[in-house]
Design a protein around this ligand. Structure first.
Ligand SMILES: [Zn+2]
Length: 313
């Protein structure tokens, strides 16, 4: 039930037009956008999917919900990609990014992820920001688990392209991958970067605002000008957009760190709305993460309660 609630939260954040109880994927339409000659952004109901197509087969970054896997396949066919999906890279374990692992693996795809992602999918557990956002993720079936995992960095050579998969420690979760397509000047950042407002930080899943800041700063340093950034949710962004988001993360974190130093409790910070200056821009009505929830995320990143340290399982 709680998992259902999270799905609804995410759906509400991503597709506000969808009625709350809607679990019927039959009406979902996959939107596609070409970012480079053989690289597409596909948007269904879950996280953003990147698809690199060509004669070797398709590489996907994230795979949305299982209920839309056939629609993703049909969309790829419509784009002229007749080869099957051969690789799926999971940016992190949340089910709106990994739920279709099973159907794609059954179709012959190799699932690739960071070392820490596999046990989280395998065992399930509690995800949450350490405060008011908390939800259970159920254990994934064996066939949905990544068969290739890596520690720091991995490169996939496919369709004449180098796809660089890079781990950033303790950011949105403890098993995040950012995927670089250098020849296309495109990066998929998973939920380290989202465009629906304040980000969700899965502190209970090993995430931390400091890791989010480190990852964004590193991506900005690493990519050439004109690179397009695929966020975990929302429209394609520019490096300048990512820089603005990074500044928000840095500035809000500095405010909460200052309040902790001044001896304020989390309750006081919420009451005084210490992050109120960012609410208009980042906490729209019905936002998935409101200003209080984001204050909690930053607070528990800097000042973790004992249960949040490696306590997801
Ligand atoms: Zn996520």
């Amino acid at each position: 039930m709680r998992q259902r609630l999270l799905v609804l939260c995410i759906l509400a954040a991503v597709a506000p037009a969808l009625p709350a109880q809607e679990q019927d994927y039959s009406k979902v339409q996959i939107k596609s956008e070409q970012l480079a000659p053989s690289l597409y952004l596909l948007q269904g109901v879950g996280g953003n999917v990147a698809a690199a197509t060509g004669p070797d087969g398709v590489l996907l970054v994230d795979d949305d919900f299982a209920g839309v896997a056939d629609k993703i396949r049909a969309t790829l066919k419509g784009l002229g990609a007749d080869q099957p999906v051969r690789f799926v890279v999971n940016t992190h374990y949340h089910f709106d990014h990994t739920d279709a692992n099973l159907p794609f693996a059954q179709g012959g795809a190799v699932i690739i992820a960071h070392d820490n992602l596999r046990p989280r999918l395998e065992r399930g557990g509690m995800a949450g920001n350490g405060g008011s956002i908390s939800m259970e993720t159920k254990a994934a079936p064996a066939g949905a688990l990544p068969t290739v995992t890596y520690a720091d960095e991995l490169t996939v050579h496919v369709n004449g392209m180098q796809v660089r998969v890079h781990h950033y420690p303790r950011a949105h979760t403890d098993g995040d991958s950012v995927v670089f397509f250098p020849s296309a000047k495109v990066v998929h950042m998973g939920d380290i970067y989202v465009r629906y407002g304040f980000p969700f930080i899965d502190v209970q899943g090993g995430g931390n605002v400091r890791g989010m800041i480190g990852a964004c700063a590193d991506v900005i340093r690493a990519v050439p000008a004109g690179t397009r950034i695929i966020p975990g949710h929302g429209e394609v962004a520019s490096v300048e957009d990512l820089r603005e988001y990074l500044k928000m993360l840095e500035d809000t974190t500095a405010v909460v760190a200052g309040a902790i130093k001044a001896g304020k409790s989390l309750e006081q910070m919420k009451k005084e709305k210490v992050l109120g200056a960012w609410s208009d821009r980042y906490a729209k009505p019905k936002a998935f993460v409101d200003t209080d929830a984001f204050t909690e995320s930053v607070y528990y990143s800097l000042n973790p309660p004992p249960r949040a340290v490696g306590g997801a399982h």
